[in-house]
Each structure stands twice: as structure tokens, then as C-alpha cells.
Design a protein around this ligand. Sequence first.
Ligand code: T46
Length: 134
Amino acid sequence: MSNLVKLIDLPPLGDDRGSLVAVEANKTVPFDIKRVYYIFGTKPGVARGFHAHKALKQVAVCVTGSCRMLLDNGREKEELLLDSPTKGLVIEDLVWREMHDFTPDCVLLVLASEHYDEADYIRNYDDFLKVVGV
Ligand code: T46
């Protein structure tokens, strides 16, 4: 696995009623969680993302369904299928991300290290390559 793909195990705390996953800031997830959002109801054939963040770090968990995540640091690219509620993908700052192939039932939960700030987004790929020095 490359340096780009960092997965965190989110062990299910199950019993005979079903499963529960607990996520704690600075323990399970390597930062303070300042924001939580989730993406659902993505229309068939629609891809999302297509940006990087200057400082934001995130962990993404596909709590149901699946989507394909592409990560790109300007030098290498990695793709992986996010399809498990017990795996969290760490998305570091200065990583271009694209999300493709959402299943109709996909709910992508994202834990973020910062509040929402449009100024933190790099939405142009050529600008991104300049920022990372490629
Ligand atoms: C990311 C990937 C994985 C807000 O107002 N507050 C928020 O916290 C977020 C995340 C978005 N928005 C607004 C901005 C847009 O008007 O919601 C709308 C959709 O956001 P965006 O087009 O950025 O969504 P995605 O799916 O392309 O990207 C999102 C996150 O923005 C981004 O940080 O890493 O998911």
C-alpha cells in the first residue's frame, strides 16, 4: 500500500443486537474533530470532489454502500473502494481527491479537522500541482 492510502480500523463493538462503531478524536482519529458531514443520495454517474485542501485533514467512512476514492498527491495516484463501515480512510492535506461510482445507498461520513472554509479549497488541478511543487 502506498503512503497515500492510510486506513484506520474502526472495530465494531458488536453484540447479539448488532454493531456499533465509536470514533474518538485524538484516539481513533488523529486530530480534533471540528466538523462532521455526510454525503448521501448521490445521483447515478455523478462524481464528486475534484479538489484538494490546503490544511484540512479528514477521515472518510462509507457507513453503507460504497464509492471509489481516487487520491493524488501530484506525484502518485491511488484508488480504492470504500465499502466498509469499519474502515476509515485518512485524507491528508494537499491531496487531490475524487469520488466516483457511488452506489445508490452510499452514505459517506466525513470527520474533519477544521470548520468549513471555502478558502481552504484548491479546486483547480493546475493550481494544485503548483502548490505541491510539481
Ligand atoms: C471533501 C469531500 C470528501 C458546506 O456548506 N459545508 C461543508 O462542511 C461542506 C463539506 C460543504 N458545504 C457546501 C459547499 C457546497 O455548496 O456543500 C456543497 C457541496 O460541497 P462540495 O461541492 O465541496 O462537495 P464534495 O462532495 O465535492 O466535497 C466534499 C467536501 O467539500 C470536501 O471537503 O474532501 O467531500
